[in-house]
Every structure is written in C-alpha cells, then in structure tokens.
Design a protein around this ligand. Sequence first.
Ligand SMILES: C[S@@+](CC[C@H](N)C(=O)[O-])C[C@H]1O[C@@H](n2cnc3c(N)ncnc32)[C@H](O)[C@@H]1O
Length: 399
Amino acid sequence: MSLCPKGYVEVIEGLARICIPDPKLYTRPNGVFEPAIAPVFYNPDMVENRDIAVTVVDYIAKKKSKTKELVVVEPFAATGVRGIRIAQEVSKPEHFKVVMGDISDEAIKIINLNINLNNLFDKVMVEKSDANELLYRLRRIGIKIDYVDVDPFGSPAPFTHSAIANIRHGGIVAFTATDLAVLEGKYPDKLFRRYGVEGSITPISKDIAVRVLLSYIARTAYIFDRYIEPMLSYVYKHHARVYVRVFEGATKANNQARTCLRKIVVCSYCSYNKVLDLYEHVNTCPLCGSQAIEIKPIWVCKTVDREVIEILVKDLELKPWILKSSKQLLKTLYEYSFIDSLTLRLSLLARALKINTPPKAKIIECLRDLGYKTVKSYVYHDGIISTATVDDVVRCMKS
Ligand SMILES: C[S@@+](CC[C@H](N)C(=O)[O-])C[C@H]1O[C@@H](n2cnc3c(N)ncnc32)[C@H](O)[C@@H]1O
C-alpha cells in the first residue's frame, strides 16, 4: 500500500522509495510530462544526473578517513530524491550528514515524508531556506561542507558565489545548468550579462557550453583567492553538468587565471577551432575563409580528471541499480579524458572542402593509423574528437 498523499505516487529510484507528484496529473495534452508545473519538482529525465552525483559522493566518502565527518549539502532538494539516495547508497563514514534545503513549503513537506518512508531521520537534516542563505549559515555555525549539489531551475550563476565561498578546502561543488541555450551562445547579450563571456552560437556550441560554465565558476573562485580543478564535465540531454574541486591559494589562482582562461575561435561554417591567447585575433577561418567566432574568456584547461573517472566507472559496475545509460556516459567521458580537444564536425568540414562526407569510422581509423587518439562524439552525430591537427583530419578525409 502506498504511503504517499493524494496526488502523489510512489517510485523507486536507485535504492530509494520516493513519493512524487502523479505524472498523469501534470501531462500536457500532447502527452508530454511537464515536471515544472507540478507542486514539487521531480524529473525522471535527470536520473543519470543523480546516479553520477551519488557515485561522486561515494568516491569522496571512500577517500575520507572514517573518523572525520562528511557533510553533503543539497540546497535545492525538491522531493529529496538526490539527498535521500546519497544517504542510502553511499558507503558512509561514521559521521555522515546530509543537509537538504528548499525554498518551497510543499517541497519541505514531501522531503520529510520521503525521509520517513526511507527511515533516514537520524542521517539527514531538512531546512526550509533560500540556498544562498543556507550555505552561508552552515559555515557561520562552523560546519565544514565537503560536497554541495547546485541543482536549481535554469542557471546556477546566482548560487555560484555561496557554493564556492563556503565549501571546505578540497571539497567538491557540482553544478547543473539547464539554461543550455545561453551557455551555447544562442543569446550573446545574455551570455555576456550572466556569465561574463563574449561569444555566440557555433557548430560545436555544446563543447563550448561546459567551458563557459567552468570559466564563470573559476572566475568566481578567484574572487575568494580560490581555484578549481574540474573532475567531470559534460552536456547530456538538456543540461550541462560540471563537478569541480575547490582549493584555497591566491598564487595558484593567479597562475590558473593566466593559463586556463583564454580564447577559443570556432569557424561558423566548418567547425575548425583553435585555442588562442586573449590578445590574438582570428576573424576568418584559415581553412574555409568563413566568419570565425571568438569566445572569451573561456576555460581552455582540462575539463575532466581521468583518474577519478576510472574509479567511478569501476565503482558503477558493482551497482546493478544504476542505469545503463549512466554507466555508458561515464565510460564515454573516460575515453574523452585521453584527448583534450574540441569536436570537429565531419559533415561541415566535408561541405567546406566540397567533398562527400567520408564514413566516420574510416576517418577515425585513418587518424589512429597516423598515431592520433580519436573517438566519436556522443553529442554530435558527425563529430570526432582527436589529438590530430585539423590538417591531418583533412588529409584523412581527402584520402
Ligand atoms: C530543479 S529542482 C531540484 C531538483 C532536485 N535537486 C532533484 O534532483 O530532483 C529546483 C528546486 O529548487 C527550489 N528552489 C528554487 N529557488 C530556490 C532558492 N532560491 N533556494 C532554495 N531552493 C530553491 C525549487 O522549489 C525546486 O524544488
């Protein structure tokens, strides 16, 4: 028998039992479920996002000494599914605390009910609060935060300062951004106003989106004499997601700001791309002569940490309740971690070269024969990511 209140149904996600608003009541006439119109937000499309978050917290918990307290904060808890899964699924050190917050009364009611349903009252704390207020308050009362999950509606920008300022040295902050169109450069004014980045849409805008987000997060860290190390970054379905470790250190922040914030130029027609220094200019594509788009200041250093992903991939294999698609996403990110390049789109290059698009597998084989690491993109059907120079990609395409 379901213990959920009227208008709610019970679902199992991971190892948690959760009451969620009945999707049948919030389905539009065209049959599409619209979580944003329900009284409390639950998006079944975000299970991969949560699967990976739980695995990252498990990774931190396993690394942490058993005697030290591990504090996880989920300031946008909604139904509580993420925090409850963390409390259920993570191998816990002795002192493990999950703090969940939300600004909505209805959400707080459902979070408490879901905590009860999973018998977790001794492991979690719930507060009705604005996210920024909660994060500053926790630090003020002396709580050292190891992990914060910033998962608001739309942009995480209004909550980036509080997350970065209040995480402990070496702690991890995860950000979800569903304002993907802005990060991709579809609205240049909004991109500049919200993230302080100049640019516009390009044929590889999903690669650019995570680097814009990292640029904003890094610049926020520098304000506090802190710097970041990205652990995981990806675009999946309709959101961008990044996990960064945050460290204190003004000198390292200086060096990182000079090295990792630069300019990327992308051809609007053929997808040719290159990292430039901030003072360099390229207005036309050296490959096809079309308009080149400059994006700056953008994060040009590594976006993933291979050693960590390797551990996460192995860890997920031991967890049968994790979605296959989540496991596959991490495996793909592991492959990418060997190649720190942006995507090239074969059909766009072929159009510019006025040749037919050769089969992707053939090009990958040709580049591997030349000694380059090359994988296919999971974001762009015609995309490859390679350590090769554009000249060698063109050579393979013409051969
Ligand atoms: C996208 S949902 C979170 C989904 C949840 N993390 C999950 O994995 O299912 C965003 C939630 O943030 C809450 N919210 C919106 N603005 C907030 C704020 N300023 N402070 C705290 N919570 C807020 C909303 O009530 C909503 O429940």
